[in-house]
Design a protein around this ligand. Structure first.
Ligand code: ATP
Ligand code: MG
Length: 211
């Protein structure tokens, strides 16, 4: 479960973007965060993903306060418990697709062999298995997004943050991604937070929070 309380943040002091937000994201549910472009959906995900620190307020993951935590403990928590699917996939162009997917496994003590096996299973499930040994520059936008989802799921994180995960996908492939996020929440008791404008995604989420 993720709880935010009294959260405020802006990239510049003169320009607050999120002001005094409080919300609970329960374990086992998928929550859609929605609102107009530029409102701060991605920013909220970066804060919960421990990639940014708030000006004020609290972000708790299973009752552990993350604000003010020392950097090493924060990085560790991020690596072990949080899976992030970036809006633009953010793959490393110099490494193969499968190497991108297994990148986070170093935090978990998983052997490379086990990580590659799991990566290939995930990639087959999302229809990108044939692209495993290609570079990210050789895959389409929608394939890159699915690869980014595989990377986020690889370490079996408790919290999955997905930023417009269906933005570049056709209806059928988007449904595969939505189903995977729902299954992760409902069958594997994960906390899933999805930033989205997509009405089909919102309809498939358990709760919708409009910023
Ligand atoms: N690194 C940054 N430095 C300064 N301002 C930023 C930075 N990133 C985002 N912003 C600004 O913060 C605000 C919120 O941006 P954010 O990306 O969180 O919006 P969003 O709701 O995800 O939008 P979209 O639906 O277009 O993805 C916007 O006004 C944006 O211009
Ligand atoms: Mg965004």
């Amino acid at each position: 479960m993720v709880v935010i309380e009294g959260l405020s943040f802006g990239y510049r002091r003169s320009e607050p973007i999120l002001v005094d937000l409080s919300f609970e994201f329960p374990t086992g549910t998928v929550t859609a965060v929605t609102g107009p472009s530029g409102k701060g959906k991605s920013t909220l995900l970066y804060l919960v993903g421990l990639l940014l620190s708030p000006w004020e307020g609290s972000i708790r993951i299973d009752e552990v306060e993350t604000v003010g935590m020392p950097d090493r403990a924060r990085s560790r928590l991020r690596g072990e418990r949080i899976g992030f699917v970036f809006q633009d996939a953010a793959l490393d162009a110099t490494r193969t697709v499968v190497d991108n997917v297994v990148e986070g496994s170093v935090y978990t003590g998983m052997s490379r062999r086990a990580a590659v096996r799991r990566a290939r299973e995930l990639m087959d499930r999302f229809g990108v298995g044939l692209r495993a040994d290609h570079r990210p520059g050789e895959v389409s936008g929608g394939q890159a997004q699915r690869v980014a989802l595989c990377r986020a799921l690889l370490v079996d994180p408790d919290v999955i943050l997905a930023d417009e995960p269906t933005g570049n996908l056709d209806v059928g492939t988007a449904q595969v991604v939505i189903d995977a996020l729902r299954e992760a929440a409902h069958s594997e008791a994960k906390t899933v937070i999805v930033a989205t404008h997509d009405p089909d995604v919102m309809a498939a989420c358990d709760r919708v929070w409009e910023l």
